[in-house]
Structure formats: structure tokens, C-alpha cells
Design a binder for this molecule. Structure first.
Ligand SMILES: Nc1ncnc2c1ncn2[C@@H]1O[C@H](COP(=O)(O)OP(=O)(O)OP(=O)(O)O)[C@@H](O)[C@H]1O
Ligand SMILES: [Mg+2]
Length: 659
């Protein structure tokens, strides 16, 4: 089965296009991935760097708290006030330090870790905090600062407001890990401790201070301000920073769908596992609240190196994806334009290639239809040009061969016609000859047998007639016997002449003389009295070699037949001509008689064929004439039209065969 019918040109264009489109799609696919990966990995490197900046801000804040606590604890005035337990003055002094430095808590402990003074809620003093890790370090003369998770009861000691600032209901967050509880009551503090020493270096007490990070956006906004400034994408802030208390957003500038800070939302489950459970940093894309970000997370550890939270920075992924998409769109557009351009170029170039082939197709059709003169006009010098040349040469040869074949066919036809004609003539002559010969034999046999008795009858009837006196009753009957017997003898002689024709005694003969002799003989005949004779003799008629007596017999017979056909009146024309092509002569004997019917024409030369009444003709005249002319190597033909006349044409060679 053949496939669908596409032109060569379409196939060329389609296959090239297919390859290019396939390559284009593949390179687009891999190009897109490469571009996106490159952009994203660049963004990740930046975010990793941004996280270091965030840590700097975070630690700077921690150091600031530590410095404030340390420097305040080192004040001589404070030492004196502690030694002298001037609580009121201490309260005023430390309250001022707390508010000037933006601390949430600033608490004074004695040398045993008991709270001397809570500057935020002085009424809640006197409790023992010696179990607190910071207090113990302070009592141990250490100056440290670190994040610390404070349970609600600890926060409540500092006042209701601080506990309320820390309190958060969990907000259901997509992709976050599920929680058994529904709220967080503890808070995360950046806390510092420093000892208060006397001149001898003995611990008089310790000072702790800190800020609660829950709902305190100082750090995250500073990070955003430093790292991302005010970058926006489609109205949204791209850069974000967050502090997590465990997996809870307690301080962030990530916004929820209402544009509010998304505090209370939870960390993505995968990130939680990596960072909180396994302590690994996470630098990858992550789902943050409601969108994908390129993110960096690192654990926040407390003073005992326990992971208590996470510091995060991240930037919206969308701008990078969009940038990659833009590049791909531009690239695709360029590719489509290129393919379009290519299509135009291809259609031109393939047209150039295919046009000569189309011409050849047309040419083959023309040739198949029989037009061998058709030529392919191709001027290119490539393989197609060579093909066209060969093709043209081939058709030339084909045309020549065809012409020869046609000529040969025509010649053959002509030859076959000629031969058939000749064969027909030979056949009819043969039939005629055979017929004549067989009849001749029969006739000769009979004639021979009859001839002698007939001679006897004639002699005796003559003798009887001579012996019979004039006026005798038998005389008339005897005369009839003699006349009829003589007629029989003539017939028998004719038969013998026909059956055993004599060989012509050839001699140079003037045919005009012979014809004239025949005419002079007819002048005396009553039959010719009203017949006009026309002689149309050729001037330069050559003499021929023939038997004059026999020819005269032929002419006489035909002339008499003509006269009989004209029934005593009409025109008899004798025309002679030299036969230039065969080098002989022709004699035409033309009458204006009643003519011969077609069915009689065929039998004209048969012996005993006659239309004349019994006793008027034997029907041997033309049969004998035929034999004579044949012996002379000539031909005898008849043309006749009923009611108009007949023409006998006798053609004789210059020299007869028998001469
Ligand atoms: N010029 C002619 N016009 C019409 N009929 C002709 C003519 N010549 C010959 N014939 C016909 O051909 C027949 C045969 O002629 P053919 O000369 O052989 O015999 P015949 O004339 O009948 O007898 P015979 O010649 O023996 O006396 C004639 O009987 C006649 O019918
Ligand atoms: Mg006759």
C-alpha cells in the first residue's frame, strides 16, 4: 500500500521542520531547566549570604543587651547601692537604664540568686532564681548573652503584658507539621547576665536583662532593611526574615493574605524535620505561609546549646521563575521566528531543487502521452542537470528509433500491399491459365476426334453436291450440310488454336500497320457502315518484336466484339501509346457500346463464354486473344460501364518473351 500522497517538496520541508522543531523543543526544555536552576542557585547563594547578615543583626542585638547588662553591672554606683540595699534608688536607676536601652526586663539578684528587684514589676521580687542557668553563670562571675525560652509563669512574674505579648494561638498553616497543642504560652528572650562584684571581686549580686522576641519586629525588620531594603514584586515584599520559637513564627515580616504579619503560623514540615530535629541548616526552596520562597534556615540555640528556634531569611521564588519564564518566552518567540524564517528559506530552496524534477515529471507525462519531441529545460549543473541531459538524450534516441520504426512500418505496409497485389495477379493468372489449360486439353481431345469424321462429312457432302443436278430437290439441303459442316470445322479449328496455340513467330512489327490492316478489312463489312472510326495513334510509337499475324487476330476479334456491342452505330477509337516506364507499347480499343455487366467481366476470358445467340459466337475469341497476349509477355485488361462503352487495353513489351 502506498502512503499518503505528499509532494517531494512538502516531504523535504516537513522533515527538516520536524527535526528543527524537535531540537528546538528539547533545547527549550533543557534551556528552561538550566536557566531556572542557575537563577535559583544564584538566589540560594544570595539567601545564604543574607542569612549571615541576619545572624549579624541578631548577634549584634544580643551583644548590645549583654553590653548594657555588663556595663550597668560594672557601675560603681550600682555596686554601692546594692551593698547598701537602697532599693528605691536602685529601682529608679535601673528602670531608667531599662527604658533607655529598650529592654523588656532588667532584674537584680542578690549573691544567692534571689531576686532583689524586678524593674518591670517590682512588686514581684524576692523569689529564688538560683536554679536558672543564667543566674548560675552570673553567680559564677560569667558575662553571657543567649536566647532563652521562658515559660508563661516566668513571664507572668514580669507582668501580664509580657505574658500576653508571648501568647499565641497556632494558626493553621498549609504544609506545616501537625501540633497536639493549639497555642504557645512560653516566650523567647534574648537574655544577658553579668555579675556585680565588690572591690575584692566578690559577688554582690547579678544583673540580668533581656528583650522578648515574640511580636518584637526590631530584628527582622532591620534584617529586611539591610538585606532586602524595600524590594517589591507585583506589590509584594520579596525579602522576608523570621524568628521562630521552635516551629512557631513569633517575629516575622512575612505577610498573610490580609497583609498582616504572619505571627502564629507554623514552619513547613520538611524544614522542621531538617532544622529542628536534625539541627541541619536548610538552604532550598520552601513553602512559607502561602507561597514558595527561596529560603535559608538555621537553628537558634540556647545557652545549653539546645535548639530553641530558627532564624530564617527568604526571598519570593516567583520573580526568579517569572524571569526564567520570560527568558524562555523570548527564546521561544525567537525560535518560532527562526522556524518561520527557515520555512520561507526552505520553501524557496526546495522549490529550486524540486522545480527541475517537476519539469521532468511533466516531460515524462508528455512522453508517455506520445510527444517524444518534449524537452526538459534544466540549466543547473548538479546531478539533476545531468539527469535532465541524459533524459533529453534518451528521448532523442527514442524519437529517432520511433521514427525509423514508423518508416519501416510504412515501407513494410507498402511492400506487403505490392506483394499482395502481385500475388493476387499471379493467382488470378494461374487460375485463368489452369482453367484454360484444362478446358484446352478437353477441347483439343474432342476437336481431334471430331476433326477427321468432320473432314469426311465435308468431302462427301461436297461430292454429293457436285453430283446433284441443279434444281434438284436435295441441292438446298446439301448446301446447308456443307455450310453447317464448314462452321463446325471452323469451330474445331478455333478450339485447336485455343488448345494448342502456336508459338508466336516474332519479328519487328509496326502495330499501326496491323491496326490499319484490320480497319481496311472492316470497311467492307455491313456491320461497320455506321460506325465512326477514330485513330488516336502515338507519333513516336516504337516497333515491337511480335507475331504480327497473331496480334492481328487479337485486334480483329476485339474490334468485331466492339462493333457488335455498338450494334452497328457508334464511335470506335483506337489509341496507341509508348509505355515509357516499361519500355513497350499500349493499345486501347474503345467503343461506345452497351458495356459489360460486372458479373460477366469475371468470365470474359473463359472459353465458350458468350452472350451472343447460338450460332452467332463461339465465345472463344477473347480466350484465344488472352493466350496470344500472354505468350507475348503482355497483358490484357478491360474497363467497362454498362450503357456507356468498353475499353480494352493491351500492353505489350518491346520484345516479347518468346522472341
Ligand atoms: N466490346 C464489347 N462490348 C460488350 N460485350 C463484349 C465486348 N467484347 C466482348 N464482349 C462480350 O464478351 C463475350 C465473349 O466474347 P468473345 O469474343 O470471346 O466471344 P464471341 O464474340 O461471343 O464469339 P466469337 O468471338 O467466338 O465469335 C461476348 O459474347 C460479349 O458478350
Ligand atoms: Mg468475338
Amino acid at each position: 500500500m502506498k502512503g499518503p500522497r505528499f509532494s517531494l517538496r512538502t516531504k523535504l520541508v516537513l522533515s527538516t521542520l520536524l527535526i528543527i522543531t524537535l531540537l528546538g523543543v528539547l533545547s527549550l526544555f533543557f534551556g528552561f531547566r538550566l536557566i531556572r536552576d542557575t537563577l535559583v542557585s544564584q538566589a540560594q547563594a544570595k539567601v545564604r549570604h543574607d542569612l549571615s547578615s541576619a545572624w549579624m543583626v541578631f548577634n549584634e542585638r544580643l551583644n548590645t543587651i549583654r553590653d548594657v547588662v555588663r556595663m550597668t553591672a560594672a557601675r560603681e554606683s550600682l555596686r554601692d547601692l546594692v551593698q547598701t540595699r537602697q532599693v528605691d534608688i536602685l529601682l529608679r536607676y535601673l528602670a531608667r537604664v531599662r527604658s533607655e536601652n529598650g529592654l523588656d526586663t532588667l532584674t537584680l539578684h542578690d549573691q544567692h540568686g534571689r531576686v532583689l528587684l524586678r524593674t518591670r514589676s517590682p512588686q514581684n521580687s524576692g523569689d529564688d532564681e538560683s536554679g536558672d542557668a543564667f543566674v548560675r553563670l552570673g553567680l559564677d562571675r560569667k558575662v553571657v548573652a543567649a536566647p532563652q525560652i521562658l515559660p508563661r509563669e516566668e513571664l507572668l512574674k514580669e507582668g501580664e503584658r509580657l505574658a500576653a505579648q508571648a501568647y499565641m494561638d497556632y494558626i493553621p498553616t498549609p504544609r506545616a507539621a501537625p501540633h497536639a497543642e493549639s497555642r504557645e504560652t512560653a516566650g523567647m528572650m534574648l537574655k544577658a547576665v553579668a555579675p556585680i562584684l565588690d572591690e575584692d571581686g566578690r559577688v554582690l549580686g547579678i544583673l540580668t536583662g533581656g528583650i522578648l522576641l515574640n511580636r518584637n519586629y526590631d530584628i527582622v525588620d532591620r534584617v529586611k532593611g539591610i538585606v532586602f531594603r524595600d524590594e517589591r514584586y507585583r506589590g509584594r515584599e520579596t525579602g522576608t526574615a523570621t524568628i521562630f520559637q521552635n516551629d512557631l513564627r513569633i517575629s516575622t515580616n512575612v505577610r498573610n493574605e490580609h497583609g498582616e504579619r504572619a505571627v502564629g503560623t507554623l514552619l513547613m514540615a520538611e524544614v522542621k524535620t531538617a532544622v529542628l530535629d536534625e539541627g541541619r541548616p536548610w538552604v532550598d526552596r520552601a513553602f512559607v505561609v502561602n507561597d514558595w520562597y527561596i529560603t535559608a534556615y538555621e537553628p537558634i540555640r540556647d545557652i545549653d546549646n539546645r535548639i530553641v528556634g530558627i532564624l530564617y531569611v527568604g526571598t519570593l521564588e516567583r520573580p526568579y521563575i517569572d524571569a526564567a519564564n520570560r527568558v524562555v518566552r523570548t527564546f521561544t518567540l525567537a525560535a518560532v521566528l527562526c522556524v518561520g524564517l527557515l520555512l520561507v528559506i526552505l520553501s524557496f530552496s526546495t522549490a529550486r531543487i524540486v522545480r527541475p524534477l517537476q519539469k521532468m515529471v511533466v516531460a515524462t507525462r508528455e512522453i508517455a502521452r506520445g510527444d517524444l519531441s518534449h524537452k526538459v529545460e534544466v540549466n543547473s549543473r548538479d546531478e539533476i542537470g545531468t539527469l535532465a541531459d541524459s533524459f533529453n538524450r534518451m528521448t532523442d534516441h527514442l524519437r529517432e528509433a520511433n521514427e525509423k520504426l514508423l518508416d519501416w512500418g510504412k515501407t513494410l505496409e507498402r511492400k506487403v500491399e505490392d506483394r499482395t497485389q502481385e500475388l493476387r495477379q499471379v493467382q488470378s493468372h494461374l487460375i485463368q491459365s489452369e482453367k484454360l489449360a484444362s478446358i484446352g486439353k478437353l477441347a483439343a481431345g474432342i476437336a481431334h476426334e471430331i476433326n477427321n469424321p468432320l473432314a469426311g462429312v465435308l468431302i462427301y457432302s461436297h461430292l454429293l453436291l457436285e453430283d446433284t443436278p441443279a434444281g434438284h430437290a436435295h441441292q438446298e439441303n446439301l448446301k446447308k450440310i456443307v455450310r453447317e459442316t464448314t462452321r463446325c470445322k471452323d469451330i474445331v479449328k478455333g478450339l485447336l488454336d485455343f488448345a494448342r496455340p502456336k508459338e508466336p513467330q516474332a519479328a519487328p512489327t509496326d502495330v499501326h500497320d496491323l491496326l490499319d490492316r484490320c480497319l481496311s478489312f472492316t470497311e467492307r463489312q455491313a456491320l461497320f457502315q455506321n460506325i465512326r472510326v477514330e485513330r488516336a495513334y502515338a507519333l513516336d510509337l516504337p516497333r515491337i518484336v511480335a507475331d504480327g499475324g497473331q496480334l492481328q487476330q487479337v485486334f480483329m476479334n476485339i474490334i468485331f466484339n466492339a462493333a457488335e456491342a455498338m450494334e452497328g452505330s457508334g464511335t470506335l477509337t483506337l489509341r496507341t501509346a509508348a509505355d515509357a516506364t516499361r519500355g513497350g507499347i499500349s493499345v486501347e480499343i474503345i467503343d461506345t457500346g452497351h458495356g459489360i455487366r460486372d458479373e460477366d467481366k469475371k468470365r470474359l476470358f473463359e472459353p465458350f463464354f458468350t452472350t451472343k445467340d447460338v450460332g452467332c459466337g463461339t465465345g472463344l475469341g477473347l480466350a484465344i486473344s488472352y493466350g496470344i497476349i500472354q505468350k507475348h509477355g503482355g497483358t490484357i485488361e478491360v474497363r467497362s460501364e454498362v450503357g456507356r462503352g468498353t475499353t480494352f487495353t493491351i500492353r505489350l513489351p518491346q520484345e516479347g518473351r518468346s522472341s
